[in-house]
Design a protein around this ligand. Structure first.
Ligand SMILES: [Zn+2]
Length: 270
């Protein structure tokens, strides 16, 4: 039954996954940098000393740069084979979101909890900062579940009136147990039950392109395993710091969180 769901989901979503993405050069967005003919070896491109994903798009090398949320509008330098070039970052104001949570431990943590959070942060940052040098033939993604998507990426958040880091993903509506699929082929980089994120899967799509799935009720894959587009990786849940079941979906390039909406096909309806 699970297998059939996966197959149907793949059929529905594979068309969207084949689309090319459009650039969105704002903080928390993506810039595409054309780098000449792909008959030559791919150039090495870095932003803030981090290597960028470079893919062959219709015979041209194109770097796909994740623009950090905290970037000021204006020129952002990148190095192409050691020579400076720049991306023009356009301004964008993200909304403010105030959340009240009853479990005080999700706002103020004990030393033991802080130690746990620190250990988990190291694992997650290790994956986000990794660069697996394999060819990448695109960055478009299928929707991991078919629920309605909240445009909450980048929200500046306050928990019980205390400022917290901005929301670095997209929340997608779903019911506990709904299957979550891999939105393109990947290596399972890590899985775990984390304090804030609950049951989590991190997928590595190559060259620093990483996707993250949080608050799962179930994890169906193991670290080191490879998955294909449409394979079930887990199920929607409400584990970790949440107010109800949903999927928190994060997308990362060159170690920085970018808006998942950039990679997804437009929703079929609504
Ligand atoms: Zn979220």
């Amino acid at each position: 039954m699970i297998k059939r769901c996966s197959w149907i989901a793949t059929l529905l979503l594979v068309v969207g996954a084949a689309q090319a993405i459009e650039e969105s050069p704002r903080p928390g967005g993506v810039a595409l940098i054309e780098l000449g003919s792909a008959t030559l070896p791919p150039p090495r491109v870095t932003l803030n000393d981090k290597p960028l994903l470079v893919m062959n798009r219709d015979g041209l090398w194109v770097a796909v740069a994740g623009i950090p949320l905290e970037t000021a509008p204006g020129e952002l330098p990148v190095l192409v084979n050691g020579r400076e070039q720049s991306i023009t970052v356009v301004g964008h104001t993200y909304r403010e979101q105030r959340i009240t949570v009853e479990n005080e431990s999700f706002v103020t943590q004990s030393q033991e909890q802080l130690d746990r959070i620190f250990r988990e942060r190291k694992i997650i940052d290790g994956v986000l900062g990794s660069f697996r040098d394999v060819p990448v033939d695109g960055v478009a993604l299928a929707a991991p579940i078919n629920g309605s998507r909240s445009p909450s990426f980048g929200y500046r958040r306050y928990f019980n009136d205390q400022p917290r880091s901005p929301h670095k993903g997209m929340d997608i509506a779903g019911k506990t147990g709904d299957p979550v699929i891999a939105p393109r082929a990947a290596l399972v980089a890590a899985t775990g039950d984390y304090f804030f994120n609950g049951n989590t899967v991190l997928l590595d799509h190559g060259q620093g392109f990483v996707t993250m799935y949080c608050h799962l009720s179930e994890i169906s894959v193991e670290q080191g395993e490879t998955v294909n587009l449409g394979d079930i990786i887990g199920a929607v849940g409400a584990t970790g710091r949440v107010t109800g079941p949903h999927l928190h979906f994060g997308t990362y390039l060159n170690g920085t969180a970018v808006d998942p909406a950039i990679f997804l096909p437009s929703p079929a309806s609504d």
